[in-house]
Design a protein around this ligand. Structure first.
Ligand SMILES: [Zn+2]
Length: 179
């Protein structure tokens, strides 16, 4: 979709073109790009994620190799939780949005555990080592966990390609577009 709207420039008031263009990200959402340029030098550009009924909370069961490649978008406001591992990744002032896959999320958790293990002792160390072993079992497909992403801004999602794995139920809502 591309729409052009004629309206005054906010600076010099001459009439200019505001362009609204949408771009489709497969199995995810449409992005709206708004832009305008004026001969006086004023310009603007912005993007918006257009979601139709996109839940703020995405959840999936990770139970095998095929699940590791499912795409994960986490905005800076998103919380990642894996209850079976007792792991929660909270948003914070320094947190960044990222696009990865389920395997990438597990890698990040493992990296955090490795960092903790450099100084952890006793019970804390035991716990970190047991979570690492659990992650390995999930990678092999011997164990399954739940991946939950919660985002009040609505800009995080688990994006399962509906053509893959025939993901029925819960997971299917994440990343579904209206027809
Ligand atoms: Zn102008």
């Amino acid at each position: 979709m591309r729409n052009v709207l004629r309206a005054p420039c906010p600076v010099c008031k001459q009439e200019i073109e505001y362009i609204y263009q949408t771009e489709e990200i497969p199995y995810f959402s449409e992005i709206l790009i708004e832009s305008a340029v004026c001969t006086c030098g004023w310009r603007m550009a912005d993007t918006f994620i257009l979601k139709t009924g996109q839940p703020e909370r995405s959840e999936m069961r990770v139970s095998g190799e095929a699940d590791l490649s499912v795409r994960v978008v986490r905005s800076s406001a998103g919380t990642i939780e894996v209850p079976e591992l007792g792991v929660t990744v909270n948003p914070g002032p320094a947190s960044e949005g990222f696009i990865t896959n389920v395997e990438g999320v597990l890698d990040r958790i493992e990296e955090a555990l490795d960092t903790a293990l450099k100084t952890a002792e006793g019970e804390e160390r035991e716990r970190a080592l047991s979570i690492k072993a659990q992650i390995e079992a999930v990678r092999r497909g011997d164990e399954s966990v739940t991946l939950i992403i919660d985002d009040p801004s609505g800009n995080s999602a688990i994006i399962r390609n509906p053509k893959d794995a025939g993901g029925a139920g819960e997971e299917e809502r994440a990343g579904q577009n209206s027809p």
